[in-house]
Design a protein. Structure first.
Length: 125
């Protein structure tokens, strides 16, 4: 597992994309898969920054977990969180990308404790 913790600042989204590109480049993923995952990761980290902290100071964590079958990514914020089930969220660009480009995803949140988004992409065999 690899973990990156950065300040919740939109200027740091490039760091998230670069981390994904570095991790993906070492795995059996196509160039298109890496580009897709950079887009998803940028959206998930951007959502954590925008919705988790609403401009207040905070941090986001980005984790990469590799198994023989997949690359699993986790984006965590410790911000505001939300009540209710994640499947009740209004789909925007990020949720649409999660559904279309990832093999699985899960969103969990707790008010005033933050949100965790887990998503995965299969490795080429």
């Amino acid at each position: 597992m690899a973990r990156l913790t950065i300040p919740a600042d939109p200027q740091n989204l490039v760091v998230c994309r670069l981390a994904l590109a570095a991790m993906g480049g070492a795995l059996p993923l196509s160039d298109q898969a890496i580009e897709d995952l950079k887009l998803v990761t940028s959206e998930m980290c951007g959502n954590a920054i925008a919705h988790g902290y609403d401009g207040a100071d905070g941090e986001i964590e980005l984790e990469f977990r590799v198994s023989q079958q997949e690359l699993e990514m986790v984006v965590i914020d410790h911000g505001h969180g939300f009540a209710g089930p994640a499947d009740g969220l209004r789909p925007g660009v990020g949720l649409t990308l999660l559904t279309k480009l990832c093999s699985r995803h899960r969103i969990t949140s707790e008010v005033e404790h933050g949100t965790t988004v887990v998503y995965a992409y299969p490795l080429a065999t």
